[in-house]
Design a protein around this ligand. Structure first.
Ligand code: 6GU
Length: 244
């Protein structure tokens, strides 16, 4: 997949796209990134990209010309899924990320709240937000989207990892606690059950820990989780009633 980003702050992308899993996928030729400075397409003498809002009011508005020219230069009319990062977009979900992972080419435009000339929408297929809070710009959300989508592209994750469509791969439950060596770290002991090699016991403990963690942190997930009769008994022993 090729992913192009149109931004006023290209330097923000230099770390995240080329480090860790994304960096490895890029080296392996699975992902290809292009980051483009919208300012480079400004025809304005001072390379401005925004101007006062028609009708007045505080805040500047991103002008259509640099964005249109940048988009045309980057896509060259070739097919691409064009995404605008904006808090008024639809919320990023695992199923939407999986859908985007099937595209050959994404072009992501990062903008500013109450800051884009409405005519820029003509260039855009989807408007996407990463959650119900407002950030200072769309750059961090673009990086979140790229990371999230990349996990669904075959070869990006190692073969021992896998991306699941559900938020939580563990039957819709939160993950159980993990431990590594040493078994005694400054007097804090690893639970005994994990040390004895009894895998039936270990699996039971892990399942119960997942159920408890979900009950404590995200009880609303339990109604959509894949729960056995044993799970339900365990949860009701901890005060949970189905339908809660
Ligand atoms: Cl995509 N942009 C901004 N500025 N804030 C956000 C967002 C996007 N998603 C959540 N908050």
């Amino acid at each position: 997949m090729r992913i192009d980003v149109l931004t006023l702050f290209p330097e923000m992308f230099s770390g995240p796209l080329h480090t860790s899993m994304l960096g490895r996928a890029e080296k392996n030729g699975i992902l290809e990134f292009g980051v483009h400075n919208i300012r480079d397409w400004s025809l304005n003498k001072h390379h401005n990209t925004d101007d006062y809002a028609f009708g007045g009011g505080a805040g500047m508005v991103m002008m259509p010309q640099p964005v249109f020219d940048c988009m045309e230069a980057v896509t060259g009319g070739a097919p691409a899924r064009r995404i605008l990062m904006t808090p008024r977009g639809k919320t990023l979900t695992p199923s939407y990320a999986r859908e985007l992972a099937k595209e050959d080419r994404l072009v992501i435009l990062t903008g500013h709240y109450e800051g884009l000339d409405e005519r820029i929408n003509e260039l855009i297929d989807d408007e996407v937000s990463i959650g119900d809070y407002v950030l200072t710009g769309g750059e961090l959300p673009a990086m979140v989207l790229i990371d999230c989508v990349s996990r669904f592209i075959p070869g990006v994750l190692g073969c021992s990892e896998s991306a699941e469509d559900e938020s939580f791969s563990n039957d819709g439950l939160l993950e159980y606690p993990q431990y590594t060596r040493p078994a005694d770290f400054r007097g804090r002991l690893v639970p005994e059950v994990l040390l004895n090699g009894n895998h039936a016991e270990i699996n039971k403990w892990r399942r119960q820990q997942s159920l408890l963690k979900t009950l404590q942190m995200r009880p609303e997930l339990l109604s959509g989780a894949d729960l056995s009769k044993k799970d339900l008994e365990f949860l009701s022993g901890h005060g949970w009633e189905p339908g809660e």
